[in-house]
Design a protein. Structure first.
Length: 178
């Protein structure tokens, strides 16, 4: 059964899933980040059916995440590159890789993220853009933004302030892997 779209939801996460939530989409974006640019190279690297890849690339083009650029006239050949909107997905990809290494890799990280400047392994951390302090999920609240049409943001408006969850009990990465 095909699901309906999320456009009726006033939720940036739901609307983001409309753009990048289909199978293969983030893997295509990942490959583009790492320099795999042609249709045939993407198809080979991912092992994806050509019709599925064509459909995903078309949707990414329509959503202005990817642009298709001709590099040969006869026969016509194209390469794909991320737009600025697509490049803004990089932090999300890095966080998902780190999450997958932590929770879905029984024998340890499948790939390690490291800082090119000094080669130390990194674990991305969400920090406040103003004070640069790490963000505790229990210290975040929602409020309508300038683009909102609803007066109450969901789902936090369903909870009274004294019903909000306690801080997460999450060991530091170093404690768990030591």
């Amino acid at each position: 059964m095909k699901r309906a779209d999320f456009q009726h939801l006033e939720c940036p996460l739901a609307r983001t899933l409309e753009v990048i939530g289909e199978w293969w989409t983030l893997l295509i974006v990942r490959d583009l980040f790492f320099g795999i640019r042609t249709f045939d190279a993407l198809c080979k690297d991912l092992g994806i059916a050509r019709n599925i890849l064509a459909a995903r690339l078309k949707k990414l083009e329509e959503q202005k995440v990817v642009e298709k650029i001709a590099y040969q006239e006869r026969p016509p050949r194209y390469r794909y590159q991320l737009t600025n909107k697509g490049k803004d997905l990089y932090p999300l990809l890095v966080l998902l890789v780190d999450w997958g290494n932590r929770w879905e890799s029984e024998r340890g990280p499948i790939i390690e993220l490291y800082h090119d400047q000094d080669a130390h392994t990194i674990h991305p951390q969400l920090v406040c853009s103003t004070c640069r302090e790490p963000i505790d999920p229990t210290e975040i609240r929602l409020r309508p933004g300038p683009g909102a049409t609803q007066t109450e943001p969901l789902p936090s408006s369903l909870l009274e302030p004294d019903e909000l969850p306690e801080p997460f009990d999450r060991p530091d990465i170093d404690e768990e892997t030591a």
